[in-house]
Design a protein around this ligand. Sequence first.
Ligand SMILES: [Zn+2]
Length: 491
Amino acid sequence: MLKITRRTLAGLLLAALAFSASSLSPSESALVSEITENTLKGHVSFLASDALEGRDTPSKGLDVAGEYIAAQFRRFGLQPAGDDGYFQTAPYVLVTQPMETFELTVESGGATYKAPKDRVMVSGSGAVNLSGVPAVKVDLSAEGSGLPSKESVTGKAVILLTGNQRGRAIMQKREALLAMDPAIVVSTGFTFRTRQTLKEAAAGTAKRAPVVTISDQDFSKVAAELADGAKVSASIQAPVEKPVTLRNVIATLPGSDPELKQTYVLLTAHYDHIGVNPSGESDRINNGANDDASGVATVLSLAEAFSKTPHRPKRTLVFMTYFGEEKGLFGSRYYAKHPVFPLVQTVANLNFEHMGRTDDNEGPREGKLTASGFDYTTLGQALTDAGKATGIHAWMDDKNSDAFFARSDNQALADAGVPAITVAVAWIFPDYHRVGDHWEKLNYPNMEKEVRTCAVAVSRVADNPEAPKWNESSPKVASYVKAWQQLHGTH
Ligand SMILES: [Zn+2]
């Protein structure tokens, strides 16, 4: 009989650790065997079918997709976690901005810039008619830029430079600017193609200045070089409002450990896409197969695998699909504001996007898995370790890791302090946000391996008594660490 000394015990533990890091345990093997390419293909091909018309928020196609997801959760025997079965209902108002008579000009240094209607996004309440309002430049393009004084802004047309700033920090600054009662805010930035925006019904209709975002290099130049005495004129119609009910779809698999089951790992993806193009030749349906039927199929396959295998994770798994990501992270923001499970007990969020295509515009991605904010949390390492056991190379994409952090639903949970990343195989691919994002173009044999890797990572995170953490040594995560500390009352 082997004599167990301290030294041999340490050696055995090390050997066990090395084993678990580089190969699958029997329960992990059983888990991943439940994830198959045909199952993934089945989910993606239905969700991305023409019948669902691109799953716009709101639309009949989106509702059908939601019912499909709920039906799968029902089939797996998962617990409903919404206020209406598997649905978390969210009362919203659909705001449509009429653009027929829209006009906005900036007179600066003897030249007149006219905003092109198709590169403009308007948000705000009420009709606006401004003629020759003095303009003031506010440059928030650098991280940590301060706000101007209220006196310099009130009644003026604010020309706002946002640079690459995204997320909560810039949103908060914009709200603070609006609270200073400018006549209008004309901002550089990213715009959505749609003329419709959503707002939570409970948000009310406080009178505030309109924000006109212009995605146009010419405007960015005018804004950066704004001359003294510049003036803004604008004619904007009042938006039209209609109440709508939107739904996140949520199910849980309760954890097996008496204590850890009170903690939650969120596995998420958005089930909406961008709908049907208003005009164009033949095919006008943006099917959204890779974006993000592939993420939903990942969540569904994880849900199926974890519910079928005998080994039950210690922490509670929450499977959730969101509405409204494409319109601006609405479903995830709604959840973060109205969480079903306390955020302080929510230890991690793995959000899934673009899991099927391997033809990233920047190079082939077969056998590779990445994530936004790869080095922001310990979850990047969890993917790396899982990949070692499944033969997938999890890697940090230096160019896109930071840039894509704010571009999906992980951002909403990160802003609330929860360690949250978006896992993906490809970022931008040839049919991204186009009608050609069809289900046949996904690489399903590769996707099976990728989702299996995610399953292993999730299983280990869910069984590890040590919760995932923000990487506090990175200055890039300072605001999320602060949010985490506020959430946990430790600052
Ligand atoms: Zn997406």
